[in-house]
Design a protein around this ligand. Structure first.
Ligand SMILES: Nc1ncnc2c1ncn2[C@@H]1O[C@H](COP(=O)(O)OP(=O)(O)OP(=O)(O)O)[C@@H](O)[C@H]1O
Ligand SMILES: [Mg+2]
Length: 230
């Protein structure tokens, strides 16, 4: 197989500053190929969000190796990480992180590396593609959780990332909207993106091409069938 878009090995991260010392990540391996959707499955507290924060270059691990698009991203300095993240990675947070005082369209356009003005046209296009064009002028507080989720997805896609990381992207959605949102991720993958979907849901995991299972900070890749039989 071709070189993976993302290759993470032996990532370790310990939260030690508080009185309770937690080993949040304890090794394992994840590979994400272009055009593929990987589900990252695991129980609450197993380290999925922490893994995403490391893969999204938001948090530095204590040790391990992480290559994205051929770049050894852990060797980048802070500026290099910010630029790399903007140009290569789209992140959808578990809690959306939309700016409350901005409209849906502004939230998407503001994330554009091409600036607000040309970002605006792209924002309209993307909001349309997630079925949100009629809510473009609404602020997050005026949107349902599922609608905010769709705005967050549009925002993550604004710079055409090669890697899309989504933390429980369908956690707030009914089944029908979930299917529509999953179709968005499939389209992104068909356009050459590598997608990581963090989820508790076996239905969402079944939709993925590969499953990575996180257990107490240790992650291993499995086929969907192995997961179903476990
Ligand atoms: N900033 C932090 N300081 C200390 N411990 C933390 C911190 N962030 C996370 N943890 C701990 O690390 C572990 C992994 O947390 P993480 O948020 O990655 O889990 P998760 O798999 O995303 O869970 P969920 O499915 O509930 O979102 C948990 O035990 C958590 O309590
Ligand atoms: Mg989480």
């Amino acid at each position: 197989m071709t070189r993976p878009l993302l290759h993470a090995t032996d990532l370790a991260l310990r939260f030690a500053e508080t009185s309770k010392d937690v080993a949040a990540l304890e090794g394992g391996e994840v590979q994400v190929h272009r055009g593929h959707i990987v589900a990252l499955l695991g129980r609450s507290g197993s380290g999925k969000t922490t893994w995403m924060n490391v893969a999204g270059l938001l948090v530095r691990p204590d040790s391990g190796r992480l290559t994205i698009d051929g770049t050894d991203v852990l060797s980048l300095d802070d500026t290099g990480r910010t630029v790399f993240r903007r140009d290569h990675i789209g992140v959808i947070f578990q809690s959306f992180n939309l700016l409350p005082q901005m409209s849906a369209a502004e939230n998407v356009a503001l994330a554009s590396s091409r600036g607000m003005r040309s970002g605006r046209a792209r924002a309209e296009e993307l909001l349309d593609s997630v079925g949100m064009s009629r809510r473009a002028a609404h602020r997050p507080g005026e949107l349902s959780a599922g609608e905010q989720q769709r705005v967050a997805i549009a925002r993550a896609l604004v710079n055409e990332p090669s890697l899309l990381l989504a933390d429980e992207p369908t956690g707030n959605l009914d089944e029908e909207t979930e299917s529509e949102v999953l179709a968005q991720f499939r389209t992104a993958a068909d356009n050459g993106c590598g997608v990581v979907l963090i989820t508790h849901s076996s239905r969402v995991a079944e939709f993925a091409d590969t499953v990575a299972v996180m257990r107490s900070g240790h992650v291993t890749m499995s086929t969907a069938q192995e997961v179903a039989e476990a």
